[in-house]
Design a protein. Structure first.
Length: 340
């Protein structure tokens, strides 16, 4: 059966891979350009039947839709790359939709929309965000590319994907598979303005990643003082739901900490622009500027920053995250004292 449409995904990280598998299982052709990416990324693409293209130009020429799912610090760079490639492409016959699904502030989303409007107005920009874990099959059926992609006995656990802006995929004309793509991804169009979808994502991230940073500090400090078992005991008695969440969120964080530094700065911008709170994107500004510093410490000052999703060694439990974090911060303190 012919694919419903061709979807380009930039990039094939953990979330991008989950969405790629979901789309392939629902008869979409998925392509990407991973030139210069790690061997792990190339291996993931080969294993999952994702077509790798040599250039951004070939990606733009082949794709009906492009999903940008990159670290927040790269969102504007990727958008610029695509506008350049689109203007250099030849023979593009159908509209190209660009869905920015990155964890960026409404201000950044509007900047990216303005870039497309000024540099490549033919590209139809959609503001969006991803809330939750990557898509994954919930049945025992084999969702691999070798299985029947149109099989209906595979059910999926999916994140929420709010979108906003003037372009609605569920009523798009002239591009194949628009309605099917909106249905497969369960896109929720919440506004005709650019910004609300990114703002919703940032508001949710404030809860989960802000909570994770607070847990990281509390458990690391308790570990350094030798009272972590007692803190866990108190939490189990008085806030079992919070402890249960911490045991999920904290060990999941280390491979992503480097991404979250810029994301926390985007949250600071969001709360300043949209909420009226003090702070901004500068280092350490506001609550989320300080939280960005917490994740910077994880990524740059501890062994946890070396963790990869595919190969976990340290920080696979709450207790070991606290221990590794404490080791890194104590090492930093010793270096500072020795340098005085």
């Amino acid at each position: 059966m012919a694919p419903l449409a061709t979807v380009g995904i930039l990039s094939i990280g953990e979330m991008g891979m989950g969405i790629a598998k979901l789309l392939i299982a629902h008869n979409f052709h998925v392509v990407t350009n991973i030139e210069g990416r790690s061997e792990d990324t190339h291996a993931r693409a080969r294993k999952s039947n994702i077509e790798t293209l040599p250039t951004d130009i070939s990606l733009v020429e082949k794709a009906d839709y492009i999903l940008s799912i990159v670290p927040p610090r790269d969102a504007l760079t990727i958008a610029t790359r695509i506008t350049t490639a689109f203007n250099a492409a030849q023979g593009k016959q159908t509209p190209l939709y660009y869905l920015d699904l990155n964890a960026v502030s409404p201000r950044t989303a509007r900047e990216i929309a303005a870039l497309f409007q000024s540099s490549a107005p033919a590209i139809r920009f959609i503001d969006g965000g991803i809330i939750g874990l990557p898509p994954s099959p919930t049945s025992s059926s084999d969702p691999s590319p070798s299985s029947n992609p149109s099989s209906t006995n595979i059910t999926w656990r999916q994140p929420s994907i709010p979108v906003s802006g003037p372009h609605r995929l569920n009523s798009a004309a002239g591009t194949p598979g628009a309605l099917e793509l909106a249905q497969t991804l369960k896109l929720n169009h919440i506004s005709d303005e650019i910004g609300p979808a990114s703002g919703l994502k940032c508001s949710f991230s404030s809860l989960t990643k802000g909570f994770t940073a607070l847990c990281l500090q509390a458990f690391t400090t308790a570990s350094n003082m030798g009272v972590l078992p007692l803190l866990l005991q108190e939490a189990e008695m008085r806030a079992p739901g919070l402890l249960k969440a911490a045991r999920v969120y904290v060990p999941d964080m280390p491979p992503k900490a480097y991404r979250w530094v810029r994301e926390m700065q985007e949250l600071a911008i969001t709360h300043a622009d949209e909420g009226g709170f003090e702070g901004g994107a500068g280092p350490g500004e506001g609550v989320f500027g300080q939280i960005a510093n917490v994740y910077r410490s994880v990524a740059e000052e501890t062994v946890l920053g070396e963790e990869k999703t595919e190969r976990r060694k340290r920080g696979t439990s709450l207790e070991d995250v606290a221990s590794a974090m404490g080791e890194g911060l104590q090492s930093k303190r010793r270096k500072v004292e020795e340098g005085r």
